[in-house]
Design a protein around this ligand. Structure first.
Ligand code: HEM
Length: 542
């Protein structure tokens, strides 16, 4: 104390100020904990999570979201407090209660962090009425019949994809043992060509979805490069799509999207008073900068498409033709928001799942051989480099492989936060009060040993074939890669078609092995994105 008193007056002021700020910060977190307005004190969880959402935000920032929550549930059981006002429930019986049509729980303010335009998108809107309106306009784009009509367009990109991989396979015959194809580094070893498959699945899925949504692909497969032209996002939102009103720039769209996807959930949980501090971190700054770049991507793609009067009936056309109940069309800003969502939600998820499939099948050569035997038989009379969907859509082992990859990898593995509605909610005997955030972590539910057995953490496609009828009911209820209820994935039919064609095509054509024996390292955020997956491939004789 004597030391403080001896400070110059200005120094004392700073000490007092810091003491008051520290006291204030402690009280802001301590008082709600003591008052406990929602009765959450009894739930176990990490110490800091009881006082502040910074704990969850930092967990997400350190790329450990799904796995960290899984560890907590293993330690504490089904109910864990992962924020001062957030309860995670690792029990499949909670899924319909939290996400189902009659749940009444809406998306939590977490989703505000994913709004890129003045308008929220079908994914980020929290309003029930706004969501129903958008879903009504967009649902026919994704109906099974509409999706089947898109197969012809998607086949072009599968064709370009295998043509590039065929070229890579020919490197084995040359005298050079390493090189680059665009930005993809390859090496030759043990009669195979080795490269990172993740970037190739991204090139393919971005080209496909941009072609489906905007009538022209970004052109990443032929260039083997993560690069496309975007508009510089105009301050104040999008009023028009006239190309002449925008300045254009070239960006690595996959990396930009990755940076954005990484910071979105961090801000989704971080209390706003921490935002100015968080923005000093280089990764956060990069992710924030990505928001405007992605918005520019959507604007550029829409304006390019609108310049083409001959364009075929694509998804964008359906968005432009969509009308409210009073007959009004979507504004340019809203169309831009929806088109960007199609790209963000539709490209990365399918690419990540395809990459995970090559990882697991490249590791489990017995499963790969079974799949190849099934594909050889089913495609024996097909004279095409790309498997037709009709020929592969009902193959039992292929279905089992796809389900097992979706289960084990859990492309979206996080607990998607919802808010308990007015009147509260009773979940498995626990009463949660109105306003509490609640989530059911998909990754946990997909790996529960009670449901899936002791080998829940292993890749076993046979579990989908040898299922007992009783066990099947429970397993299907706990299998939710696309979530459930009114906010479940609208693109599921497209994703399933893409995955069937991709996995059938490449596993018929090539033999795969995966480098090393470590696990698949992922950026474990809202989407679980493999960081890289080095594979060695060679052409099969068939
Ligand atoms: C393997 C691939 C995919 C997986 C695992 C997946 C998973 C999911 C999940 C779990 C949700 C719920 C998100 C939440 O509640 O926060 C979701 C929503 C959504 N997905 Fe997918 N998805 C995939 C592919 C696609 C594709 C191909 C598209 C479209 C081109 C798409 C478009 C959307 C949209 C627009 C939403 C928001 C729906 C709404 O709120 O009404 N997804 N997806």
């Amino acid at each position: 104390m004597a030391h403080v008193l001896s400070l110059p007056v200005i120094g004392q002021d700073i000490v007092y100020l810091l003491s008051i700020v520290s006291l204030g910060a402690v009280l802001v977190h301590l008082v709600p904990y003591i008052i406990d307005p929602r009765g959450l004190r009894a739930y176990p969880g990490p110490f800091f999570a009881k006082f502040t959402d910074v704990w969850l935000s930092l967990t997400v920032f350190s790329n450990a979201w799904s796995e960290a929550v899984e560890k907590l549930h293993k330690k504490h059981g089904s109910f864990v407090r992962i924020g001062p006002n957030h309860v995670s429930i690792a029990d499949p019986a909670a899924l319909p209660l939290v996400y189902g049509h009659s749940s009444g729980a809406l998306k939590a303010p977490f989703y505000d962090a994913f709004v890129n335009f003045k308008h929220a998108s079908i994914f980020s809107t929290r309003s029930r009425a706004d969501h129903s309106r958008k879903r009504r306009i967009e649902s026919h784009m994704f109906a099974p019949k509409s999706i089947r009509a898109l197969e012809g367009t998607t086949r072009v990109h599968f064709g370009k994809f295998v043509s590039q991989w065929d070229t890579l396979c020919k490197c084995v015959e040359g005298s050079t043992t390493d090189g680059m194809m665009g930005s993809s580094k390859w090496t030759v070893k043990d009669g195979r060509v080795w490269f990172n498959s993740m970037i190739w699945f991204s090139f393919w899925s971005f080209d496909t979805i941009s072609d489906l949504a905007f009538g022209s692909p970004f052109g990443m497969i032929p260039a083997a490069k993560d690069e496309t032209w975007v508009a510089k996002y105009p301050k104040g939102g999008v009023e028009t799509f006239e190309k002449s009103s925008f300045e254009m720039e070239k960006i690595p769209v996959i990396s930009v999207l990755c940076a954005r996807v990484e910071v979105g959930p961090v801000f989704g949980f971080l209390p706003s008073r921490w935002w100015p501090l968080a923005k000093w971190h280089p990764r956060i700054r990069e992710g924030n900068g990505a928001t405007a770049k992605l918005a520019g991507l959507s604007i550029a793609s829409v304006s390019k498409r609108l310049e083409n009067p001959e364009a075929r009936e694509d998804m964008l056309q359906k968005l432009l033709e969509g009308r409210d109940e009073d007959g009004s069309p979507m504004s340019p800003d809203e169309v831009a928001a929806e088109s960007l969502t199609l790209i963000v939600a539709g490209a990365d998820t399918v690419a990540n799942t395809s990459c995970a499939a090559t990882f697991y099948l490249g590791r489990h050569l017995d499963a790969q051989a079974k799949l190849q035997a099934e594909l050889d038989e089913a495609l024996i009379d097909i004279d095409s480099d790309v498997a037709p969907y009709e020929a592969v859509k009902d193959l039992p082992y292929l279905d089992a492989v796809i389900n097992e990859v979706l289960r084990l990898h859990s492309t979206v593995g996080a607990g998607l936060p919802r808010i308990v509605p007015e009147g509260g909610m009773n979940v498995l005997g626990q009463t949660l009060k109105e306003g509490t955030w609640v989530s059911v972590p998909i990754y946990n539910v997909h790996r529960s040993t009670e449901l899936w057995g002791e080998d829940a953490g292993d890749f076993v496609p046979e579990r989908w074939i040898n299922m007992e009828a009783d066990a099947k009911v429970g397993m299907m209820q706990a299998f939710v890669p696309f979530s459930v209820g009114p906010r479940a994935c609208i693109g599921r039919n497209l994703a399933i078609m893409q995955l069937h064609i991709m996995i059938a095509t490449i596993f018929r054509r090539y033999s795969f092995v995966v480098e090393g024996d470590g696990p698949l390292l992922v950026q474990d955020s809202l989407v679980r994105k493999p960081k890289e997956c080095i594979i060695g491939i060679k052409r099969r004789a068939f």
